[in-house]
Design a protein around this ligand. Structure first.
Ligand SMILES: Cc1cc2nc3c(=O)[nH]c(=O)nc-3n(C[C@H](O)[C@H](O)[C@H](O)COP(=O)(O)OP(=O)(O)OC[C@H]3O[C@@H](n4cnc5c(N)ncnc54)[C@H](O)[C@@H]3O)c2cc1C
Length: 399
């Protein structure tokens, strides 16, 4: 019955709070259940938010949140570790009003989306880790690790790449696929680099990939992708000290003609790394009154710069489908029909980009030869227009 539904949203990262806001606009109540007790910790994690994600947020009048927290990063300059300039390309597309990609701290993105969802009347409950869920005659019942339960008409799994909801919907659902590079990043002060604010310098170094941009404050936001063939456990990663990271990173970039070593040395505070994963194709996105969105359904390697944007597009498209299609499972069918081809194409694109970061010596030579040709093709943004020009029209009725 339209307007009378209640959704249980699992996960208060990016997709969860946006789904709560979009559902509210569609006349559907929701509660967000987040596993962790408080906000996300920063640990050097920032992300670039592409123009299509900003456009999807605009559909629910929330794009100003990202614009207020981020700084514009519309360009990328690509170079090799030898210092050879490989090309200049747009980073993410430009909306009709001139809005370009924004870079912001992950913790700021999470906080601002949750605060706005609360301000608009959503409920968020912390310390609620979903362990199980089952369909009931009236909808769905979720069970949390703390022994509590919640009932609703539908359940939306927005619980990220290692989603529990995905496996509740389909116990044989694939696990995330390990991509053989690690991620680490930070913020450096008092070091001079040859880059303008707004441009990411991306360096295909001899032994690892390094990227950095200058924040308008002068701080340098950087990340590195050290190759690592075997998948580390989170305990192994947590055991690496800041000093061990600093030493291994400065060794990795010592031979490159870039300021990477100076930037890493000028980074105060703790360094910690993450493993990289993606999720190319999840056969089942929904079962009965349960559905998955965002990374839970289709995570992409960070190199595509699209994970957060796709999570937001999903949330807004799903809310439209639930608004217009009274039968919940049919609304999920409509949502999947609108989303699957696009997101799987983006995940495949992200995997190709990641592989070029982990190239061996022969691959590196070929890459450095081919890259200028490929970059010329994308330089005017045309070849990635399919990715960045996607538009969600909130008012269009889902047939
Ligand atoms: C190093 C790195 C760099 C990235 N860079 C970019 C970038 O530049 N641009 C970009 O667009 N994307 C980037 N991404 C991807 C982006 O962060 C994700 O695509 C995006 O956060 C997905 O949003 P989500 O809401 O689906 O999942 P998440 O943001 O992961 O949120 C999931 C939430 O669910 C909670 N949760 C998990 N399990 C449970 C449970 N059982 N019960 C309750 N809650 C649970 C988690 O605590 C979390 O808060 C990057 C990712 C990484 C790892």
């Amino acid at each position: 019955m339209r307007g009378a539904k209640k959704a249980l949203i699992i996960g208060g990262g990016v997709a969860g709070p946006v789904a709560a806001m979009a559902l509210r606009r569609a006349g559907i109540d929701s509660v967000v259940y987040e596993a962790y007790a408080g906000g996300a910790d920063d640990a050097g994690a920032f992300l670039t938010f592409a123009s299509n994600g900003l456009d999807a947020l605009r559909a629910i009048d929330a794009n100003h949140l990202v614009l207020a927290e981020g700084f514009p990063t519309p360009r990328m300059e690509i170079q090799s570790g030898t210092g050879k300039h490989l090309g200049d390309v747009p980073n993410g597309g430009t909306l009709r009003d001139g809005t370009v990609s924004q870079t912001l701290k992950r913790s700021d993105l999470y906080r601002t989306l949750r605060d706005e969802a609360l301000r608009r009347g959503a409920r968020v409950e912390y310390g609620k880790r979903l362990v199980d869920a089952q369909t009931t005659p009236d909808g769905v019942m979720a069970r949390f690790e703390d022994g509590t339960e919640a009932e609703g008409d539908l359940l939306i799994g927005a619980d990220g790449i290692h989603s529990r909801a995905r496996r509740i919907i389909d116990p044989s659902a694939p696990r995330a696929r390990y991509i053989p590079v690690l991620n680490i990043g930070g913020y450096a002060s008092d070091v001079r680099v040859p880059a303008e604010p707004g441009t990411f310098r991306m360096v295909f170094g001899k032994r690892a990939f390094f990227g950095y941009a200058v924040h308008p404050s002068g701080e340098i936001w950087w990340f590195a992708n050290p190759p690592r063939a075997d998948e580390p456990t989170s305990a192994e990663l947590a055991a690496i000290s800041t000093e061990q990271w600093r030493k291994s990173l400065t060794d990795l970039f010592a031979e490159d003609d870039t300021p990477a070593v100076d930037i890493i040395r000028a980074t105060p505070g703790g360094l910690s790394g993450w493993a990289t994963y993606d999720l190319p194709s999840v056969p089942r996105w929904h079962r009965g009154p349960m559905v998955i969105i965002g990374d839970a359904a289709h995570a992409t390697a960070p190199s595509s710069g699209q994970g957060a944007s796709m999570a937001i597009e999903d949330a807004v498209v799903l809310a439209r489908c639930l608004r217009d299609v009274p039968d919940t499972p049919q609304a999920f069918v409509a949502y999947e029909r609108r989303r699957r081809t696009r997101v799987e194409r983006i995940v495949a694109h992200g995997a190709r980009t990641s592989n070029s970061k982990a190239a061996g010596p022969v691959g590196r030579v070929l890459r450095d030869l081919m890259m200028p040709v490929i970059l010329k093709r994308v330089a005017n943004g045309g070849s990635l227009a399919w990715m960045h020009d996607y538009h969600v029209d909130w008012n269009e009725e889902v047939a």
